[in-house]
Design a protein around this ligand. Structure first.
Ligand code: PLP
Length: 454
C-alpha cells in the first residue's frame, strides 16, 4: 500500500520535466529507490541496467562510497560558503586549479555554477559583457546548431536547437542564431563524401556569418558530440573546417562539454578527441557524477582579459549564484576526479566503449537498425522500418518509444530520442555488462520486429 501511495503521490502532486502532464497521470511513474554500480532498482524491486547513467551523468555509477564520504567530510568542516566579492573557500580554489591543470587547452580562470543551463546562461552574459568591455556593442550574436542542446533557462534554451524547447515559450530570444546539424547519414547528398559534407556544413556556417555581418557575431557554441539531439558524431574534417571559419571571422568558440567532459569520448575531454581549441569550456554532469549539482566554466585569456581590464569602465562583474561552487559539490567533484584518474576510467571508456560499438555494429544488419553511431562510451542507434528510405513508422518517434519500452521491461534503461535509442552508461561499466545491455537490446528489437510483422 505504501508503494501504491508513493506512486499516487507522484501522480497527484508532482509535475515532471519533459512530460505531457495529463499523459503522465494516466501512465504513472517509474519510481527508482536504490542504486548499485551500473544498476538501479525500482519501487517494486525490479532491477535495471542504467544504460543512460541517469542523465548522461553518473560516471562512477550509483553507489560510490568515496563520493558520499567526501560530501560528509565537507558537510562537517564547512557546509556552506560562497564566492561573492573577494571571499571564497579552500575547496573551490583547489578545484579551480585542478581543472585548469587538466584542461585540454591553456585556460586562465574557472567560474563555478550549479547546472549546465546556468553555466551556458552565464557564458552568454560573459560573452556580451566582453563585447561591451571591448567597446564592440554590436558584436553580440551567438550561433548554435539545430539539434544542439544547451539547457532550458531563457537564454540557454534559446541556444538549444530543438523545437520542443522553444514551443510555447516564445523562444529563441533575439541575437541567437542556428546553423545546421552535421548528421552525415541522414543529410548528406547523393554521392557526397564525409569530407565534402563537412565542407558544405562549414560553408553554410560562413554564409550565415556573412549574411548577418561578421562584426555582429560574438561566439559559436557547440557540443563536440551532440547528445540530446540524438548522439550525432561529427563527420570527418568537420571540426577543423568549422574552427577555420570561426578563426577567420574572429568568433569565440565555446565547447559545451557538459556530456562529453570527464572521459565520455575516451579522452578526458572531447576537445582532445576532436582537436578543438575552445576559448570557453563548459563542464557539468560527470564533473561530480551528478551526486551534487555542479558546473564549471573555463575561460582562456582571450575571453578573460577584456572582462578583467579596469579600463573597460563597467565596474564589477555583476553576476554570480548563491550556491555556485558549493563546497560540498566541489568536494565531491574533487574526489570524483581523483577516482576517475586513479581507476583509469578514461581508458576504460575508450576500451569498453570500443567493445560497446563493436557489439552494437553487429546489429547493423538487423531489419530495424538504420545507423549505429558513437564514440567512447556514448552511442546512438537510429531505428528504421525502411532501410533504403531511412524512414520509421508514420508517427515520428513511435518506433523508438516501442523499442525503448520493451527494453525497459527487459531491464535496461535507455532513452529514445525520437527513433534513436541512446546508450551512455556509467564509465565503470564492464565488458560483461555491455554484453548484457546489447543482448537485451537485440532481444527488444526482435520482439518489436515480430510484433510489427506478425
Ligand atoms: N549542455 C548539454 C550538452 C547538456 O546535455 C545539458 C543537459 O543535458 C545541458 C547543457 C543542460 O544542463 P542542465 O540540465 O544541468 O541544466
Amino acid at each position: 500500500n505504501t508503494l501504491i501511495q508513493q506512486e499516487s503521490d507522484d501522480i497527484n502532486y508532482h509535475l515532471h520535466p519533459y512530460t505531457n502532464a495529463r499523459k503522465h497521470q494516466e501512465q504513472g511513474p517509474l519510481v527508482i529507490v536504490k542504486g548499485d554500480g551500473v544498476y538501479v532498482e525500482d519501487i517494486h524491486g525490479k532491477k535495471y541496467l542504467e544504460a543512460m547513467a541517469g542523465l548522461w551523468s553518473v560516471a562512477l555509477g550509483f553507489s560510490e562510497k568515496r563520493l558520499v564520504q567526501a560530501a560528509m567530510r565537507q558537510f562537517e568542516i564547512l557546509p556552506f560558503y560562497h564566492q561573492f566579492t573577494h571571499k571564497t573557500h579552500d575547496v573551490a580554489a583547489q578545484f579551480a586549479k585542478r581543472l585548469i591543470d587538466i584542461a585540454p587547452v591553456p585556460m586562465s580562470k574557472v567560474f563555478f555554477t550549479n547546472s549546465g543551463s546556468e553555466a551556458n546562461d552565464t557564458v552568454i552574459k560573459l560573452v556580451w559583457y566582453r563585447s561591451n568591455a571591448l567597446g564592440l556593442p554590436n558584436k553580440k550574436k551567438i550561433i548554435s546548431r539545430l539539434k544542439g542542446y544547451h539547457g532550458v533557462t531563457v537564454a540557454s534554451a534559446s541556444l538549444t536547437g530543438l523545437p520542443g524547447n522553444h514551443r510555447g515559450f516564445d523562444l529563441p530570444i533575439d541575437r541567437i542564431l542556428h546553423t545546421a546539424c552535421p548528421h552525415y547519414w541522414r543529410d548528406a547528398q547523393e554521392g557526397e563524401s564525409e569530407e565534402q559534407f563537412s565542407t558544405r556544413m562549414a560553408e553554410e556556417l560562413e554564409n550565415l556569418i556573412r549574411k548577418e555581418g561578421p562584426e555582429t557575431i560574438a561566439a559559436f557554441i557547440a557540443e563536440p558530440v551532440m547528445g540530446a539531439g540524438g548522439v550525432i558524431v561529427p563527420p570527418a574534417t568537420y571540426w577543423e573546417k568549422i574552427q577555420a571559419v570561426l578563426n577567420k571571422h574572429d568568433i569565440l568558440f565555446i565547447a559545451d562539454e557538459v556530456i562529453c567532459g570527464f572521459g565520455r569520448t575516451g579522452k578526458m575531454f572531447a576537445s582532445e578527441t576532436f582537436g578543438l581549441k575552445p576559448d570557453v569550456l563548459v563542464l557539468s554532469k560527470q564533473i561530480s557524477s551528478s551526486y551534487q549539482p555542479l558546473s564549471a566554466i573555463l575561460l582562456n585569456e582571450k575571453m578573460f582579459n577584456p572582462i578583467a581590464d579596469e579600463s573597460n569602465k563597467l565596474g564589477v562583474l555583476g553576476h554570480g549564484f548563491t550556491a555556485g561552487g558549493h563546497p560540498v559539490a566541489v568536494a565531491v567533484g574533487m574526489e570524483n576526479l581523483n577516482i576517475i584518474q586513479e581507476r583509469k576510467l578514461v581508458e576504460n571508456a575508450a576500451t569498453v566503449g570500443a567493445h560497446m560499438l563493436k557489439r552494437l555494429h553487429e546489429l547493423d544488419n538487423h531489419p530495424l537498425v538504420g545507423e549505429v553511431r558513437g564514440i567512447g562510451l556514448i552511442a546512438g542507434v537510429e531505428l528504421v522500418i525502411d532501410k533504403s528510405k531511412k524512414t520509421a513508422l508514420e508517427v515520428p518517434g513511435q518506433l523508438g518509444t516501442m523499442v525503448g519500452k520493451v527494453l525497459q521491461d527487459l531491464g535496461v534503461i535507455s532513452r529514445n530520442i525520437g527513433d534513436t535509442l541512446a546508450f551512455c552508461p556509467p564509465l565503470i561499466i564492464t565488458v560483461g555488462q555491455v554484453d548484457e545491455m546489447v543482448s537485451k537490446f537485440k532481444q527488444a528489437l526482435d520482439i518489436v520486429h515480430e510484433k510489427l510483422n506478425g
